[in-house]
Design a protein around this ligand. Structure first.
Ligand code: Q9C
Ligand code: ZN
Length: 647
């Protein structure tokens, strides 16, 4: 359905006219660097280009006071000295004679993006804008932000389209206190921000940026942090700041460009894929350009490049997550059921006398960040894209699939002798239909292992499902996969003689009991309800899978898998985040054409349909999940959500 890119060259006009080391990083080249790189990569050309329009004063009035809008309007005719004097009345702000025009274009770009997505003209998009917006408040400019672009977009989506549930995800390194203030008593806008905080020592130095800010009044529980399985948004707005990216002078954090591909991809499973990203911060031009490319590439449906790194959450991250979960638990049933030890939020994390001293430059955090950027940014990240993104190798010729034109229906098959050799140990593969299906699967798998095909779907007769999967696992491991993740749904047993050598991770979501037979062989009951399924996928499968870092994923829907189309689609959509999207799905031949079609489209980059609002997981589901997480946590660090208590 397409990705919009909203931009206007005029937004490069505003710039700092005097000396101010704090503000000089917010400069016009931020936009041109990002746009040039999108062009170079051929990504801009794949988007629907929209020329930004100015927001009207009425639209600005959705979140700003008329007096404040007038104040900004009047800066157009001020001289340099007057501009500088006025700027000094706000924290980290500069005005320029073009500020009013640029800031109206920035807000207008967000509105256009929301209109394009909500009218169905496109699936998603990015607005490349200056000045940024998320620090701006009802009657105040702040932190380079003049009008609150994302807040105006959210208010507009409510007003014009009658939306009731809008999720705003703010991945800028700074807390978007402006958005928090504007919606803190509004339960229809859920504001989720992660940001550098340093116990209050990081700009904007606010007590209310901490995890225990949870909203107020009707909006209790709709500020800050939550798991994304209950709110079921109709639209996702992203305050897309890239100042948490590696190399950024403001954030001094370490997020690689690939991180933004994964964040984007995770958000795309919400709201039927309606994701509107609006640029906020990001001041290292190289890092910004790469991160913007990763975001747009992912919005366009390309699979996310694999993440690298140790995949061990650090203690301070766990502490923050724990605090946020504890603070949110009273407001979210899905958090209460899980075994979160409520830790009182101790005031000791804040210094008692108001604003704590700023971090010393060159402290441990800064040193780590300063040494890494070049190496993390210089990694080659242009692996050749497979010529085919998704191939479908089905056996039943009579089923008609509705597929996008770029999904290939595979005709080829592996050589007969070779297929027979692989089939020989398995009685269930002796039948002609099973052999035919196996030949097609092997051909598809080889295409994936050779790098010609990225993802695929193959079918097998139900009676041969387990044997076919067994062959696929062995073939994958012997023909180039270093680490293979196999997610088997329904009655499919792990091949008994498969080595426990860390090269394969077997996760069986089926009907029996919860058991971790080894760190690489995990079995869990088929969750009773959709919410249990979500918890299982997000709370168990995904942490194991990200920790394992496979280079090939097999997902098999075997006998009795019981998945509905939307559940299967969600499974495929999140698994696509692994192994650079190298995912092979194995279906039973008599699966519906609808299931095959939906899986093919999701593997090809389409957003999965929304699962709809889900209730709380059943006690049995929660118990099975908690048991397994407890068993596996010592080996799989990505499962941790509590910091370790130091004795
Ligand atoms: N040296 C945005 O990223 N400067 N605004 C902090 C610490 C202000 C950031 C000073 C940073 C404003 C949109
Ligand atoms: Zn920022």
């Amino acid at each position: 359905m397409g990705t919009a890119l909203v931009y206007h060259e005029d937004m490069t006009a505003t710039r700092l006219l005097w000396d101010d080391p704090e503000c000089e990083i917010e400069r016009p080249e931020r936009l041109t660097a990002a746009l040039d790189r999108l062009r170079q990569r051929g990504l801009e050309q794949r988007c629907l280009r929209l020329s930004a329009r100015e927001a009207s004063e009425e639209e600005l009035g959705l979140v700003h006071s008329p007096e404040y809008v007038s104040l900004v309007r009047e800066t157009q005719v001020l001289g340099k000295e007057e501009l500088q004097a006025l700027s000094g009345q706000f924290d980290a702000i500069y005005f320029h004679p073009s500020t009013f025009h640029c800031a109206r274009l920035a807000a207008g770009a967000g509105l256009q993006l929301v209109d394009a997505v909500l009218t169905g003209a496109v699936q998603n998009g990015l607005a490349l804008v200056r000045p940024p917006g998320h620090h701006s408040q009802r009657a105040a400019a702040n932190g380079f932000c003049v009008f609150n672009n994302v807040a105006i977009a959210a208010a507009h989506a409510k007003q014009k389209y009658g939306l009731h549930r809008i999720l705003v995800v703010d991945w800028d390194v700074h807390h978007g206190q402006g958005i928090q203030y504007l919606f803190e008593d509004d339960p229809s806008v859920l504001y989720f921000s992660w940001h550098r905080y340093e116990h209050g020592r990081f700009w904007p130095f606010l007590r209310e940026s901490d995890a225990d800010a949870v909203g107020r009044g009707q909006g209790l529980g709709f500020t800050v942090n939550l798991p994304w399985n209950q709110f079921d948004p109709e639209l996702v707005l992203v305050s897309a700041g890239f100042d948490s990216a590696v190399g950024d002078p403001e954030g001094q954090m370490q997020a690689t460009p690939e991180c933004f591909a994964h964040l984007t991809q995770l958000l795309q499973v919400l709201a039927g894929g309606r994701v509107c990203a609006v640029l906020e911060g990001g001041y290292h031009l190289e890092s910004l350009a790469e991160s913007v490319c990763m975001t747009v590439q992912t919005l366009l449906g390309d699979p996310a490049p694999p993440l690298s790194g140790p995949m061990v959450p650090c203690q301070s991250a766990l502490e923050s997550i724990q605090s946020a979960r504890a603070a949110q638990a009273p407001h979210w049933k899905s958090l209460q059921l899980q075994d979160v030890t409520p830790v009182p939020l101790s005031p000791s994390t804040h210094s008692p006398e108001g604003r704590p001293p700023p971090l010393l430059p060159g402290g441990p955090v800064c040193k780590a960040a300063a040494s890494a950027p070049s190496s993390l940014l210089d990694q080659p990240r242009l692996c050749p894209a497979p010529s085919v993104r998704t191939a479908v190798a089905l056996t039943a010729p009579d089923i008609t699939l509705v597929l996008p034109p770029d999904v290939i229906q595979q005709e080829g098959s592996a050589l007969r002798e070779e297929t027979e050799a692989w089939a020989r140990p398995h009685e269930s593969l002796a039948r002609e239909e099973a052999l035919t299906a196996l030949g097609k699967l092997l051909y598809l798998l080889d295409g994936m292992l050779d790098g010609q095909v990225n993802s695929g779907i193959a079918a097998t007769p139900a009676s041969a499902a387990a044997a076919t999967l067994d062959v696929a696992v062995r073939r994958g491991l012997s023909h180039g996969a270093q680490r293979l993740l196999c997610v088997a749904l329904g009655q499919l047993d792990r091949p008994p003689d498969l080595a426990h050598d860390g090269r394969s991770l077997w996760l069986n979501i089926r009907g029996k009991e919860a058991a971790a037979l080894s760190m690489f062989h995990v079995s869990t009951p088929l969750p009773v309800m959709t919410s249990g399924f979500l918890s299982c996928i997000l709370g168990l499968m995904l942490p194991l899978a990200y920790g394992f870092q496979p280079d090939l994923v097999l997902v098999a829907l075997g006998p009795g898998h019981g998945l509905q189309g939307p559940q299967a689609a969600l499974l495929a959509a999140v698994l696509r985040g692994l192994a650079g999207g190298r995912v092979l799905a194995l279906l039973e031949e008599d699966s519906t054409a609808q299931l095959a079609g939906i899986l093919a489209r999701v593997l090809n980059g389409e957003a999965p349909p929304s699962l709809g609002p889900s209730s709380v997981a059943s006690p049995e589901d929660v118990q099975a999940l908690m048991y397994l997480r407890g068993q596996l946590e010592p080996q799989w660090k990505m499962l941790q959500c509590h910091p370790h208590l130091v004795a």
